[in-house]
Design a protein around this ligand. Structure first.
Ligand code: NAP
Length: 352
């Protein structure tokens, strides 16, 4: 509100439920909240649709025996939420006042939102490696998304950093375009599931550099990535050995692209100065037991932002639905409390 404009707050200014995040967790929360007539507002942030929009086929989401495209799953989820009355708005939360209710969210465009219940489903974003040159070359041959940028690397030799499912998925996707894909992993054992690891190992254009890490990326914004410096140590984790003053092997390799698949960090920066509790890893803390409630009454967490453990599309959908059910129960309890208080307040007024 601009200075000097006086306005009386009406009930209509305060939403029942705002869902921050439009990935699978946020969408699932929106479907449940909308079906409960809570008319949720879903904020689509800087990565609308979340991580699934950057993935290829999802093969383990129940009900899709042939697999389903990540983007398709998200689009269908959004249609489903809209069908029941969820409203979608583009907006990134920059600041949040969560000490008092209704909660207030300040968006990057200056708009403010008020809500009785808040579902945080902001997910997690791709982690960067911390190699020299990555700041300059991200988007110029360095990428966190093979499905977005892989086609630019037809005929290239590319590096994939990481040893989990994301790295295997990136490697397999890139192998459709690149001449060679080298997976650089800091240990000699993959973290990836057996099925993904086997597919990557069996692929003729994919090879592995074990016990190796990316130290520096070479190139420029004009010519793109031209190569990289890798360090290695027979016991693994060479960078930490280097930082501790140990000896490591160094090698310069030619590469036309570098893809990161080293996991994700939860998107909780906007909650740092609030009473919502965050774990050391940055994840939103929920209360013990089978609940999405947080330490702040009326605030609920869903999906990767609160789950450092499972991080699956299906579990995110699950916690999304739980958050909406928890929010609905909490809002109902608030209503009952208000109703119970109303006669007592009227009586007190009459006595005056
Ligand atoms: P992740 O399982 O946490 O794996 C991250 C990988 O990156 C690990 O191998 C880790 O090494 C490495 N790493 C982390 N920081 C690094 C750094 N600074 N430098 C070099 N290497 C680094 O993450 P994810 O692969 O993104 O998978 C996350 C979750 O999503 C998992 O539950 C996974 O199953 C799921 N997922 C499933 C699919 C699928 O089924 N199609 C696809 C993608 C993801 P260490 O092993 O040494 O820790």
């Amino acid at each position: 509100m601009s200075e000097g404009t006086e306005r009386t707050e009406t009930a209509a200014d305060v939403r029942d439920v705002v869902v921050v995040g439009s990935g699978v967790a946020g969408l699932s929360a929106a479907v449940y909240a909308a079906r409960a007539d809570l008319e949720p507002l879903v904020l689509e942030g800087p990565e609308p649709g979340g991580q699934l929009t950057l993935t290829t086929d999802v093969e383990n989401f129940l009900g899709f025996p042939e697999g389903v495209g990540g983007m398709e799953l998200i689009q269908r989820g959004k249609e489903q939420a809209k069908r029941f009355g969820a409203e979608f708005v583009h907006g990134t939360v920059e600041d949040a006042s969560l000490e008092e209710r209704p909660f207030e969210l300040e968006l990057a465009n200056g708009d403010a939102l008020r809500t009785r219940a808040l579902i945080v489903a902001t997910g997690a974003s791709a982690r960067w490696v911390g190699a020299d040159g990555e700041d300059e070359l991200m988007g110029y041959g360095v990428s966190t998304c093979a499905t977005c940028d892989g086609a630019f690397h037809r005929g290239d030799d590319v590096l994939v950093i990481g040893g989990g499912d994301s790295a295997m998925e990136e490697a397999l996707f890139l192998a459709k375009f690149a001449d060679s894909v080298t997976v650089v992993h800091r240990r000699d054992e993959l973290r990836a599931s057996d099925i993904m690891a086997e597919r990557a190992r069996d692929h003729e254009r994919i090879s592995f550099r074990w016990n190796a890490e990316l130290l520096e990326i070479h190139g420029s914004q004009a010519e793109g990535v031209t190569g990289a410096t890798l360090v290695s140590h027979p016991d693994g984790r060479p960078k930490s050995k280097l930082e501790a003053g140990g000896e490591v092997d160094r090698e310069d390799v030619a590469a036309g692209g570098v893809f990161y698949g080293v996991g994700h960090v939860p998107n909780t920066a906007f909650l740092e100065e609030t009473p919502v509790e965050l774990a050391e890893s940055g994840h939103l803390e929920t209360l013990d037991g089978m609940t999405t409630e947080t330490a702040v009454e009326g605030i609920f967490g869903a999906g990767d932002v609160m789950d450092p453990e499972y991080r699956q599309a299906i579990t995110s959908a699950g916690t999304g639905s739980m958050a909406a059910l928890d929010a609905e129960t909490w809002l109902d309890a608030q209503e009952l409390e208000l109703e119970a208080e109303a006669p007592a307040a009227a009586e007190a007024q009459a006595d005056d």
